[in-house]
Ligand binder design. Structure first.
Ligand code: MLZ
Length: 265
């Protein structure tokens, strides 16, 4: 049975430090997740953020909800923290004088939306207002430093939270690099993004933290230097900036480190 990923050991082995809590737009103590599968709420459509739609909780993962917009297909599920400002109790939109919109890609004729809305809300279990938590304030200024470790959402596989390293910092933005994945999943985001979390977040929320990838940034020939499996593991755990330059990506095993744009699941 392979060893479980452990941040304390990993930080030691990679000789790196965890990004401080105050760098993140996350609460020090993660919010409790009281939602239940099947509950309905209002959510901004991720593909059309100005419209507020009805969403159903499809799954619960740590402090996050897996959501599906009512009237949409099952290919566009998205994940939100229970303290996200993108979600609110049913009735909020109307109270503010707004109108609930059909999701982008509404599966029926647009003219059937008013009736669809009535039906989907009729007898629905609405998530109580107390389940929605206040979004934490924005941290200012950007205090991330290159090399700091964190946990980050893999935006190509948004149900996954993975060990990552700050690869670059520019103004209010940080470059999130995923450990052991040769850059295939890396992205720039604002330092106050809700997609990045301090080290230890998943263990506090009960969300599953993925282990680092095992794509080593070394050539085939140098691989024979590795004698024991534990050393190979340690090598693969190094953060990108500590690794040797990435060789030309030829003759590699398929299925690893796919180029950006492809969804690699
Ligand atoms: N199934 C995918 C998962 C990649 C996840 C990477 N996260 C940084 C693969 O193995 O390519």
């Amino acid at each position: 049975k392979s060893e479980q990923f452990n941040w304390d050991d990993y930080l030691k082995e990679t000789e790196s430090i965890a990004a401080p809590l105050h760098c993140f737009r996350q609460s020090r103590i993660p919010p409790t997740n009281d939602f239940k599968v099947g509950m309905k709420l209002e959510a901004h459509d991720p593909r059309n953020v100005t419209s507020v739609c009805i969403a159903t909780v499809i799954g619960i993962t740590g402090a996050r909800l897996r959501l599906r917009l009512d009237g949409s297909d099952n290919k566009n599920d998205f994940w939100r923290l229970v303290d996200s400002s993108d979600i609110q109790p049913i009735g909020t939109c109307e109270k503010k004088g707004g109108m609930l919109q059909p999701p982008l890609g509404f599966q029926m004729n647009a003219s059937s939306w008013p009736m669809f809305l009535l039906r989907t809300l009729n007898g629905a279990e609405m998530a109580p207002a107390a389940f929605f938590k206040k979004e934490p304030p924005k941290p200012v200024p950007n205090c991330f430093k290159v090399g700091m470790k964190l946990e980050a959402i893999d935006r190509k596989n948004p149900y996954l939270i993975c060990p990552a390293t700050i690869g670059d910092v520019k103004g209010d933005e940080v470059f999130v690099t995923f450990d052991g994945w040769r850059g295939a999943f890396d992205y720039w985001c604002r330092c106050d993004s809700r997609d990045i979390f301090p080290v230890g977040w998943c263990s506090l929320t009960g969300d599953a933290l993925q282990p680092p990838g095992n794509n080593v940034s070394i050539t085939k020939s140098s691989a024979k230097i590795q004698s024991s499996p534990s050393k190979v593991t340690r090598r693969s755990m190094q953060s990108p900036q500590k690794s040797a330059p990435v060789p030309a990506q030829r003759g590699r095993k398929p299925g690893r480190g796919k180029p950006p744009g492809q969804s690699a699941v």
